[in-house]
Design a protein around this ligand. Structure first.
Ligand code: 13P
Length: 257
């Protein structure tokens, strides 16, 4: 059985002092055995160095929220995968819908970022998901399939062992309106089948597919109990140690049943 992977995407929240407080509280709260559950935090770039120090010796792993596709050069304001590695990141989120919406990132760029992350030794969390308009037009499957195919282009089977796909329906992000466990499971199953067609069933059985979009302590367990939901990418609820901890506890419980 695949372990559950719970990642907290802090987005544009928490300065250095606030980050220290949140991580300290999280460490204190996570004193239970995390069987079959992995925990990742993705603070803003400015808190990564501090986060690395604070999580040392704990099970918490570190991720970044974005990266550029070059190691160095005249790209003002960008951060390279090499820099992320040097500050202790293991993971990087690529193609989050907020990057697609506000910074015009395309599937093609997301694919380049995923490939660059992999050759740089980072594990990409590749985000896909339909908008409300697309869901209402009944084209969710088409949209998500195109995103998955384009974002995984040229990735090998062994790359796929390092990739996490995050299904985040745009209409569920930050709205308090999560996809129902059934709605999420349907799309997760579709993504797994697609990975099976693109690679093999062995690869599809191994790939991690997280759900993101208004995951909260009160809906996490039902979502995480779905057979193709391997974890959660949490936004708002990861900004408080108690709610993030409850979601992690739900992940532990979901693997026990
Ligand atoms: P919310 O949990 O705030 O809906 O955000 C989800 C998300 O975008 C995680 O990447």
């Amino acid at each position: 059985m695949r372990p559950k992977v719970i990642a907290g995407n802090w987005k544009l929240n928490k300065d250095v002092g606030e980050s220290e407080k949140l991580i300290t509280e999280l460490k204190a709260a996570l004193k239970f055995p995390l069987e079959k559950t992995r925990v990742i935090i993705c603070p803003p770039f400015t808190s990564l160095a501090l986060a690395r120090k604070l999580i040392e010796g704990t099970v918490i792993e570190l991720g970044a929220q974005n990266m550029y596709i070059e190691d160095e050069g005249a790209f003002t304001g960008e951060i390279s995968p090499k820099m992320l590695r040097s500050v202790g990141c293991t993971y990087v989120i690529v193609g989050h819908s907020e990057r697609r919406q506000f910074f015009k990132e395309t599937n093609e760029l997301v694919n380049k970022k995923a490939k660059k992350a992999l050759v740089s030794g980072l594990l990409p969390i590749i985000c896909v998901g339909e908008t409300l308009e697309e869901r209402e037009k009944n084209i969710t499957d088409q949209i998500v399939s195109v995103q998955v195919k384009s974002c995984l282009k040229d990735l090998s089977s062994s790359d796929m062992e390092k990739v996490i796909i995050a299904y985040e329906p745009v209409w569920a992000i930050g709205t308090g309106k999560n996809a129902t466990p059934q709605q999420a499971q349907e799309v997760h199953q579709l993504i797994r089948k697609l990975v099976g067609q693109l690679y093999s069933w062995v690869v599809a059985e191994k790939v991690f597919i997280q759900y993101g979009g208004s995951v909260k302590p009160d809906n996490a367990l039902e979502l995480l109990k779905q057979p193709d939901i391997d974890g959660a990418l949490v936004g708002g609820a990861c900004l408080k140690a108690d709610s993030f901890t409850s979601i992690i506890e739900a992940a532990v419980r979901s693997s026990q049943n």
